[in-house]
Design a protein around this ligand. Structure first.
Ligand SMILES: [Ca+2]
Ligand SMILES: [Ca+2]
Ligand SMILES: [Ca+2]
Length: 379
């Protein structure tokens, strides 16, 4: 006989839109574009012969610009937290054609990523360039000092103003070298529901709190770059945009299922704790079904005092943990769907050996789309 079914989680990823652009077919992804007259942007090989990426600008092309446009990924819904990741390559010019130098080095001007509702339409030279455009969120990778030490450096802008800046090195030449490695480096942008923004670029970390943050609804994305008397390869690859809507935060906004079933005998689940919707209307038939784009928690109180599961997310993984104490003999099991009656639910053992640390056992699993239910089960 089954001894206990202690705790159960349901999560439904609340992503409004998650899109990955690898450009590996060397085609412009549907919906994206290189808008504006004279836009030099294109999808092309990165020189390896085996990988394509966005070329905003290329070496030996002075006075040009490239803008890559990605439409809103959330169908107009408010996006109150976001995660973007990409790789970029900046550099490569040797100054033989584009002869302008600064700090005795060729190369300019860098690039930006702008996310907002007031992006230029159509874009043009320098709009957005490396400074970005609009009054939403902007991050910049600026390789040329246009005055006052505004660059080389990394930057977060919000509502048109700089809110974070990293000059990388007091020696501007070395800072420029850092940004112009001519190899792909990692870039990452997150904004949480409180407006805490983090821009991580090639290991440098900038943070800022975006004043008045409540999300951006209907915002599009633009990568902008330009060259002048100095030029560079300024390329983007492996772009991932994950736009989250209100209530889908994985750390705090666990949503409530405010209904109770019976006790365990009939296979019903008593649901408790949690925060918010959906409500009893979503609980049907003595078992339950949850709909909607929310992460949700279901707690089963079949066995008071038995170990309970916790869930958290980290870097695209879900971490499920439970107290070591009292959990001897329990196995973590999962299913994609709950059956009614519950005895018909097909559970499978999660074949990941738990890590034990500080009295807690945990497993790290890939974050998959759709529903996953977990339970601790003692055979
Ligand atoms: Ca690629
Ligand atoms: Ca600049
Ligand atoms: Ca700048």
């Amino acid at each position: 006989m089954r001894a206990s079914l202690c705790a159960l989680w349901l999560f439904v990823p609340g992503r409004l839109g998650a899109q990955e652009f690898g450009f590996n077919d060397c085609m412009l992804p549907p919906g994206t574009s290189f808008p504006g007259a004279g836009n030099a942007g294109r999808i092309a090989d990165d020189g390896t012969g085996t990988n394509c990426c966005v070329h905003l600008t290329d070496v030996n092309q002075g006075g040009s610009f490239g803008v890559f446009f990605v439409p809103d990924q959330a169908a107009g819904n408010n996006v109150d937290h976001v995660h973007m990741h990409w790789r970029s390559l900046v550099g490569g010019d040797n100054g033989r054609v584009c002869t302008a130098t600064q700090f005795d080095r060729p190369g300019a001007d860098g690039y930006s990523m702008s996310w907002g509702t007031d992006l230029p339409n159509p874009p043009g030279y320098g709009n957005p360039g490396e400074e970005g455009a609009g009054t939403g969120l902007i991050v910049t990778v600026d390789t040329f000092d246009n005055g006052g030490g505004e660059a080389p450096g990394l930057e977060i802008k919000w509502k048109g103003s700089r809110v974070a800046f990293d000059n990388i090195n007091a020696d501007q030449g070395l800072a420029k070298d850092f940004l112009r490695k001519g190899v792909f480096v990692e870039a990452d942008v997150t904004v949480d529901v409180s407006g805490n923004a983090t821009f991580t670029y090639d290991g440098r970390v900038l943070t800022a709190t975006l004043a008045g943050w409540s999300g951006i609804a209907g915002g599009s994305f633009m990568f902008g770059s330009r060259t002048g008397g100095a030029c560079d390869n300024q390329w983007i690859d492996d772009l991932v945009i994950t736009a989250f809507g209100p209530g889908s935060d994985f750390k705090l906004d666990w949503f409530a299922v405010a209904a109770g079933g019976g006790d365990s005998s009939g296979g019903d689940f008593k649901l408790s704790a949690t925060i918010g919707q959906p409500d009893a209307g979503n609980v049907a038939g003595g078992d339950f079904a949850i709909t909607g784009g929310f992460w949700s928690i279901l707690t089963v109180s079949e066995t008071p005092g038995a170990p309970s599961l916790n869930v958290s997310l980290a870097e695209g993984s879900v971490i499920i943990s439970w107290p070591d104490s009292g959990s001897a003999g329990f196995d973590l099991e999962e299913t994609a769907a709950l059956a009614n009656p519950s005895a018909n639910t097909l559970w499978t053992t999660v074949n990941v050996t738990p890590t034990a640390n500080n009295g807690t056992k945990s497993v790290r699993l890939p974050l998959a789309a759709g529903n996953r239910f977990y339970r601790l089960h003692k055979p």
